[in-house]
Design a protein around this ligand. Structure first.
Ligand code: SF4
Length: 373
């Protein structure tokens, strides 16, 4: 798995805490550093074959086709792509013209993750997105017409002042489009965002628990009706369009992340590049990547496994827990489970999964089962 981070955006959305900057000034120097980092880290993954490739951001679709071509050509020198690899690029609707989409297809990109967030112009304006709802619809239709048959949309729910009817309208629009994948995230108020400042000033309020549960229930109901399967708490797919890249994260497969703020994982340790474009470029140019590493203890690895797998349809496999971490951890998990309401989970054939109600409390349930908590 290979992830490449494109840390540039036209402007900052009010809720965003991904690492990105609203300036394209350092783009050229950044592409050069990325290519150098590809060469430096080509031995990081135990088996250098790439099964999934993901361009995320920031806004990768701010790249020109020649910039993308340069990066893809360079990465193919050091990272052989497996037959049938999944190649996702995150895009914003306003950049998806017919010509751009056709060029993306020619570059071998076979999955687009389109950041729509809402089709309601009032909400888009509030979130400080750069596109309208109508532009988002046209972008998805153009992408399908260009031959992309694996399209994903991102939506945000839980937004202040959005009524249940407005949320239904957004979902109805999304589900009527030619998509096979939908990611829906609750609007989390992250520190140091404009959203957090607006809330602190009382300009925007946060939805209460009952409203969040209402939106979540609507989401479940409408995705099921549309034939989507919820394979992770925030992710829904149909027609085999499960994200192979994200599923590999949740299943703790090794991955290499390149670019500012990108994270990597090799099974035993995790490392991450500095979240600063200038420092990233100068570290790479000096031959000393500005990065930090954390070695993961057995407890850390077990906790990560529980936290990630509990969110998925694959669930926590108790035999796998015993085999990978030891019988002690399996017992710890079973003891923790006694404190969890039995309506929140099912345990069948050694596989622990959450029920619909349990999914609403996934993080709290994971805390009961983790070893460090
Ligand atoms: S476009 Fe995406 S990465 Fe950029 S500011 Fe908005 S949410 Fe963040």
């Amino acid at each position: 798995m290979l992830y490449i981070h494109f840390p540039f955006c036209k402007q900052k959305c009010i809720y965003c805490n991904f690492y990105s900057i609203a300036s394209l000034q350092l783009k050229e120097a950044y592409w050069d550093a990325l290519c150098k980092e590809m060469d430096m880290k080509k031995y990081y993954l135990p088996n250098n074959q790439i099964d999934t490739l993901y361009f995320g951001g920031g806004t990768p679709s701010l790249c020109t086709i020649s910039e993308l071509e340069k990066i893809i050509n360079h990465l193919q020198i050091s990272y052989p792509l497996n037959e049938g690899y999944e190649f996702t690029m995150e895009c914003n609707p306003e950049q998806l013209t017919k010509a751009y989409l056709s060029d993306l297809k020619s570059l071998g990109i076979n999955r687009l993750s389109i950041g729509v967030q809402s089709f309601n112009d009032e909400i888009l304006k509030l979130l400080r997105r750069c596109h309208s709802g109508a532009q988002a619809v046209v972008a998805v239709e153009n992408a399908a017409a260009a031959g992309f048959d694996n399209l994903s949309l991102d939506l945000i729910y839980d937004i202040a002042f959005r009524t249940a009817e407005m949320w239904r309208a957004d979902l109805c629009q999304a589900l009527s489009l030619p998509i096979g994948h939908l990611s829906c995230y609750s609007l989390t108020v992250e520190e140091n965002t404009t959203l957090a400042r607006k809330q602190a000033q009382g300009v925007l309020y946060q939805l209460d628990e009952a409203e969040t549960e209402r939106d979540y229930a609507i989401l479940e109901e409408m995705t099921i009706q549309a034939g989507f399967e919820q394979y992770e708490i925030s992710n829904f797919a149909k027609n085999g369009c499960i994200s192979r890249h994200n599923s590999a994260y949740w299943n703790r497969k090794p991955y290499l992340g390149l670019g500012a703020a990108a994270h990597s994982f090799n099974g035993n340790s995790r490392k991450w590049n500095v979240a600063d474009v200038r420092r990233y470029i100068s570290g790479i140019n000096a031959g000393q990547p500005d990065e930090e590493t954390e070695n993961l203890s057995l407890v850390n690895q077990y906790d990560e496994y529980v936290l990630l797998r509990l969110r998925t349809k694959w669930g926590v496999n108790l035999s796998e827990v015993a085999d990978s971490f030891g019988e002690k951890y399996r017992n710890h998990l079973l003891t923790g489970l006694k404190t969890v309401n039995s309506a929140y989970y099912t345990l069948q054939n050694d596989i622990l999964t959450l029920t619909y109600t349990g999914r609403l409390f996934a993080d709290a349930i994971a805390m009961e089962l983790m070893a460090m908590a």
